[in-house]
Design a protein around this ligand. Structure first.
Ligand SMILES: Nc1ncnc2c1ncn2[C@@H]1O[C@H](COP(=O)(O)OP(=O)(O)OP(=O)(O)O)[C@@H](O)[C@H]1O
Ligand SMILES: [Mg+2]
Length: 441
């Protein structure tokens, strides 16, 4: 016999951990007092029967829509999929609303688009719309925060909707406050349901906490089809949009923009802005990282200075600190340079952050050249991972990296001698030194 039951679960508001029992400290992320009580409905009565679709079915598959921004389309895997739900997250004031209103305006090429912002009044949204020059008779604005009111007022199957932000939305019939985990979860479920049944692409904007995760619900990331993360140095105009999750395309794709008064301007060839090709200064090297399918030439800069006090400093920007410590240890042990009394500052130029190990060799070379105050021979780049044994190891997507370096005019590309795609092959870090400083050593 079926009974109408509902189940109580407790969800951690920090990480989304779910448990049938209340917890004071989250067993997953360790947060205190983060358990939120949620009532999960259990289906009433006999479930209705469903029809399965054959995998050879020729029901029409909707075509992707373009945001009129080539780089954004590429980051999404080739454009916006109708009916998909995409979360745009990022720090305060980074440009989430700017980007979303630009997408909203571009998507009016396909039909009506609704931009719903609980964060700003209509006149404030209009100010931005006018500043960016994205006014359009098919773009409609509202500052309503009740998700049910919005969805029932929209009668024309819009091609896209933007909700700015999920933290301001609420659904009636729930006592929880807007911005609480149960509200955000319920609102997102309603939006997903609406998107799928109307083929409406929905962008949801989500604020992030200081630690970088989307405020409250990690669970949102699991529910939506795609997660885009907008990052950048707050004081510079450079912005990087990264695809962290994509059900309809590859992840880790990036698009680079400059945020200007009239909106986000795409940078079609980011290698040109992240790499200063002509640099020959000691401590400055070039490498090629790969973000998604995009190869990027980057400048790796090291500055070393003698520190006679106890404890030399290791500071990095855009690169993992522990990785720098390991590479510094490899440089000391395999090149016989003592770094114990030297501070090392390491920077990836242009505010870029990477975990690609292909720049290991460039980092080691930058440290060596800074310590020795040696200039590199011109047009040299380093692509390879470093082992603790001082060996230079091959990295994935070598062909892509080498052709990007060549395209940027690099003549001497130092790689592992295991690379099958050309370049100047070396076995060890020592050999890389000999092959890169030419007559300068
Ligand atoms: N008139 C203007 N000219 C140039 N830039 C502006 C102007 N007005 C605002 N900006 C820029 O736009 C940024 C805010 O962009 P936007 O509102 O899209 O960010 P957001 O991520 O949505 O912010 P929030 O977290 O507050 O919602 C500001 O930090 C500022 O740099
Ligand atoms: Mg905003």
């Amino acid at each position: 016999m079926n009974q109408d039951k509902s189940k109580i679960v407790y969800v951690c508001s920090e990480c989304g951990y779910k448990s049938s029992k209340w917890f004071g400290k989250c067993p997953n992320c360790g947060a205190w007092d983060s358990a939120v009580r949620i009532e999960e409905g259990v289906q009433k009565g006999t479930p209705s029967l469903i029809n399965f679709e054959s995998s050879t079915s020729n029901i029409s598959i909707p075509k992707r829509m373009t945001t009129r921004m080539k780089e954004t389309d590429r980051t999404l895997g080739g454009g916006v999929v109708p009916g998909s739900v995409i979360l745009i997250s990022g720090g305060p004031g980074i440009g989430k609303s700017t980007l979303a209103i630009e997408y909203a305006s571009a998507l009016t090429d396909y039909g009506n688009v609704y931009y719903v912002s609980g964060e700003e009044s209509i006149s404030q949204i209009l100010m931005r719309v006018k500043r960016l020059g994205v006014e359009n008779p098919r773009l409609f604005l509202s500052s309503e925060v009740n998700v049910d009111a919005v969805l029932s007022s929209v009668k024309d199957k819009p091609v896209a909707m933007v909700f700015d932000s999920i933290q301001t939305l609420y659904t009636s019939g729930m006592s929880a406050l807007a911005g609480s985990v149960p509200q955000m979860r319920e609102c997102t479920m309603k939006l997903i349901d609406y998107a799928k049944s109307n083929d409406t692409a929905i962008f949801i904007i989500g604020h992030i906490t200081k630690s970088g995760s989307i405020a409250g619900p990690m669970i949102l990331e699991h529910m939506v089809d795609g997660v885009l993360y907008l990052e950048g140095e707050p004081r510079s105009g450079r912005r990087i949009l990264r695809s962290m999750k994509n059900r309809f395309g590859p992840t880790d794709e990036i698009a680079v923009y400059d945020m200007e008064e009239n909106g986000m301007i795409e940078i079609p060839d980011p290698s040109k802005i992240f790499a200063d090709i002509d640099t020959e200064d000691p401590g400055s090297t070039l490498s090629v990282i790969v973000e998604g399918s995009r190869p990027l030439m980057v400048n790796v800069q090291a500055l070393t200075s003698v520190n006679y006090k106890n404890g030399a400093i290791r500071i990095t920007r855009g690169f993992e600190n522990t990785r720098l410590m390991i590479i510094a240890a490899i440089v000391s042990s395999h090149l016989g340079i003592s770094l114990d009394n030297r501070d090392i500052y390491l920077n990836i130029l242009g505010g870029l952050k990477t975990t690609d190990t292909a720049i290991d060799l460039a980092v080691a070379m930058a440290i060596f050249s800074s310590v020795k105050k040696l200039k590199f021979s011109p047009k040299v780049a380093f692509i390879g991972e470093l082992g603790l044994d001082g060996r230079v190891r091959n990295v994935p997507q070598m062909q892509l990296r080498i052709s990007e370096a060549k395209r940027m005019g690099i003549e001497n590309i130092i790689v592992s001698n295991d690379s099958k795609y050309g370049g100047n092959g070396v076995k060890t870090l020592k050999e890389a030194i000999l092959k890169s400083f030419g007559g300068n050593l």
